[in-house]
Design a protein around this ligand. Structure first.
Ligand SMILES: NC(=O)c1ccc[n+]([C@@H]2O[C@H](COP(=O)([O-])OP(=O)(O)OC[C@H]3O[C@@H](n4cnc5c(N)ncnc54)[C@H](OP(=O)(O)O)[C@@H]3O)[C@@H](O)[C@H]2O)c1
Length: 456
């Protein structure tokens, strides 16, 4: 591994050097163990601790298949899917690996008694498999997490529609929270040259998801002047949705749960901000019943902030807890676009408000190849910025995941894999200098406001 790292850190390594670098037989990776699937049985979600289920193991190097790349991972990031995997909710990810393993002898490699997690990476290509022409050893890359087979015509217009669509490092093995990772080369994209490894690794999954959900015609198709209600506006998805709304000439109405998070939204450029904790919204009276008066109070607050207007788009992901309110507050003809159900996936809403007011609910999931590329391109151009607030070493991925599980984080939480320290990997210092305050925004505000988390 030292030889690989030395080649990456040296300024004069050539593609041939990387092509000849000796590959190790094993590498360090953050894993789940199949024989621990039941370890949290009977506990409340909140009490399931990722520090107990996530291990740092030495695992064998997988065989490289056609159309694939082996990548040296300098940095990765925690996504909420790392949290779902680590608490084995809503299902154990080993079921995904077993199903994928039944597809072909090549996919059988993924069905192992351990699962290497991680759906983001920034790093350097070490080897490419047969049939790969566009990428070569030494290329500095980020990887998006869309894994597809594309053997069915269903996915030929929109690669998210492939019946064998999977999220790499969640529904497949050999993910990015490791020193090495295996990806399909169609997942590779150029690493934004002005960012460090850990900054470049952090937007991937959430940025692409927010792009499809809000901007793409496959999602809400946001236009200039739209009012966009953004739940969790300083979180992983929300921090990108807020940037897309601002960059696209829309007005974000940011919902957050603390003054610190409100400050972050303000610093991003948002003006309309609702602190849901301070204002005490209780959309559910009890487990079974919602309180429409609270939906109205919430809608009234939005109108106060917009000068009397309702929202054109709701950027939904909390799910059960907020969905009734989201449907209610959307304007006539507006769109509720949802990609998740963090607080529960059995939603309830009053359908009269949907059909009588001709609203649409749109389901959205990750992003197709092209959308992921376009979202990365905007980061590379300095139009959309990473929202990295904190960085942990690979050994502390459990703690990083607990921060996200407990909603103690801002924006994105990064993980250093092979990178020995933060701050490495910048190739375009001039572009970086132009955007430095925006790039550092989340980290600086986090350092000012949040007490440090405990180690494992
Ligand atoms: N389908 C996809 O492709 C896709 C992609 C990415 C993520 N996701 C899913 O989307 C969800 C959010 O992901 P993320 O990365 O943005 O997570 P995150 O970084 O934890 O941010 C989510 C934010 O939502 C807010 N929130 C949480 N529970 C809430 C509730 N009950 N009511 C209102 N707001 C609530 C919180 O903000 P405040 O406390 O400040 O309000 C939180 O910071 C997860 O379930 C994740 O698995 C899906």
């Amino acid at each position: 591994m030292k030889e690989i790292l030395d080649a990456i850190l040296s300024s004069d390594s050539t593609s041939a050097d990387f092509a000849h670098v000796k590959l190790p037989e094993s590498y360090r990776a953050v894993t789940l163990h199949k024989d621990e699937e039941q370890m949290f049985a009977g506990l409340d979600s909140r009490d399931k601790d990722p520090r107990k289920s996530l291990h740092l193991d030495e695992v064998p190097l997988p065989e490289l298949g056609p159309g694939e790349a082996l990548v040296a991972v300098m940095a990765s990031a925690v996504n909420y899917n790392t949290v779902w995997s680590s608490i084995f909710e809503p299902v154990s990810t080993f079921g995904f690996l077993e199903r994928y393993g039944r597809l072909s002898p090549l996919t059988k490699r993924h069905d192992l008694p351990y699962h290497v997690l991680g759906s983001d990476l920034a790093g350097v290509v070490l080897r490419t498999g047969a049939g790969v022409n566009a990428w070569k050893p030494g290329d500095e890359v980020v990887a998006h997490c869309l894994s597809v087979e594309l053997e069915s015509s269903d996915g030929h217009n929109d690669t998210m529609m492939d019946p064998e669509q999977r999220i790499w490092g969640f529904e497949t093995n050999f993910g990015g929270l490791a020193q090495l990772a295996l990806v399909k080369t169609n997942q590779l994209m150029p690493k934004p040259a002005h960012l460090t490894w850990e900054e470049a690794a952090s937007p991937g999954l959430v940025n692409s998801t927010a792009y499809r959900q809000l901007v793409s015609r496959n999602g809400a198709g946001m236009k200039q002047g739209d009012n966009v209600l953004i739940w969790g506006a300083s979180g992983g998805l929300g921090s990108y949705a807020t940037q897309y709304a601002l960059a696209g000439g829309a007005t974000p109405i940011c919902v957050v749960s603390s003054p610190q998070k409100a400050e972050i939204c303000r610093a991003m450029g948002a003006e309309a901000i609702i602190d849901r904790s301070a204002e005490g919204y209780r959309f559910w009276k009890d487990e079974q019943h919602q309180d429409p008066r609270e939906w109205k109070r919430f809608g009234g607050r939005i109108r106060e902030l917009t000068g009397g207007e309702d929202v054109d788009i709701v950027f939904e992901h909390p799910g059960r807890e907020t969905f009734g309110a989201s449907v209610y507050v959307t304007r006539k003809g507006g769109t509720i676009v949802t990609c998740a159900s963090t607080s529960g996936y059995m939603h309830q809403y009053d359908n009269r408000y949907l059909w009588m007011s001709l609203k649409r609910i749109v389901g959205s999931h990750f992003a197709n190849y092209r959308e992921a590329w376009e979202a990365n391109r905007l980061v590379a151009k300095g139009r959309i910025h990473p929202t990295l607030s904190k960085v942990y070493p690979l050994e502390q991925t459990g703690q990083a995941s607990l921060d996200v599980h407990r909603n103690k984080h801002q924006g994105k939480v990064g993980v250093l894999c092979l990178a020995p320290e933060e701050g490495l990997g910048v190739r375009d210092a001039e572009l970086r200098a132009r955007h430095l305050p925006a790039i550092n925004l989340f980290r600086e505000l986090d350092e000012r406001s949040i007490q440090p988390s405990r180690d494992i």
